[in-house]
Design a protein around this ligand. Sequence first.
Ligand code: SAH
Length: 381
Amino acid sequence: MREWSVSSVNPNPLPLVFEQKRGRVKPPRHLADLTADERTAVAEALGEPAFRVKQVANHYYARLERDPANMTDLPAASRDRIVAELLPTLLNPVRTMEADKGATVKSLWKLFDGALVESVLMRYTDRATICVSSQAGCGMACPFCATGQGGLERNMSCAEIVDQVQDAAGKMTRGEIAGGPGRLSNVVFMGMGEPMANYKAVIGAVRRMVAPAPDGLGMSARNITVSTVGLVPRMKQLADEGIPVTLALSLHAPDDELRNELVPINTRWSVHEAVEAAWEYAQKTKRRVSIEYAMIKDINDQAWRADLLGDVLQSYGDWGWVHVNLIPLNPTPGSMWTASRPEDEREFVRRLIAKGIPTTVRDTRGSDIDGACGQLAAVEG
Ligand code: SAH
């Protein structure tokens, strides 16, 4: 967690802006950035009893509320000030786009410094998933991903990540998503950014998501998926956190020659190292890991690559530690690559299954609103 210095609490209700090292500026401090100790200190600095912060936390995490007008248990005179200090607006809505008759909603947010990020809410019959961003932009430069083309703007704060989830959870309970009131059940870190490159904020956010209310959103860790290009030291660290989140490894090729091109960080941590770290994660957490594989026509979808992928995964045993999730490539601007032919995709699946690897093909929700995997580019207009 970020260490917030209490002396810097601003007595006026405008959101605070902190100077960051490297001369940059941090997002306003928010309830979701605070540890339990920091909460108490902030209450003191506000001249309020400690239970005020708990009341605000109850509104934010349990009632999924953020409007001071609806927090009638707070003293009317100081309500606005307390809420402005603890729940400054982090995500300013720029635009929302809907698909699937309103069951898929993509939101474009402007952050306090003008950075743009997107999140995508997807409602299914049995669950509702929010796909969140962890960075504005991304530094991993995967050539088939729209986010990767723009480079990294900055890391998001813990609260900027949590707030995307709290917003989606609120929309679900208030019945603002087609299908009537419901509950947000799943979170996937598959929006903009590489979550393992913003480790501290991402883990902090996961802790807020799983903490029972009123300290957090009370979600199940199993229903939270962290997707990574394969930053091996961070994958190992994640395995030791003791939070059984689901890990997804974006592999996209079973051989280093091709993966060096598709996922450039492979030149630092190879297919073997990344898969071994995924296997270690499964061993330690007893959670089945997911291998993500975008199916790109005539690039990575050959039958021999399916066999090789099956062999690579099989070499770690067949105790059900892994499953493969194939993602038909979503088109991105300026890319000449397209999704695999249906018959090649079918053959790829058949060969993996023949090797005993459970394999599914992801449905491409939101592709008509550029909200599908790899299409988030966050442009206004
Ligand atoms: N940086 C993380 C999480 C974000 S992307 C990661 O790479 O895992 C979520 C998934 O979408 C990743 O598996 C990513 O490789 C995949 N993806 C990116 N661009 C895509 C595209 N154009 N079509 C299909 N999947 C894509």
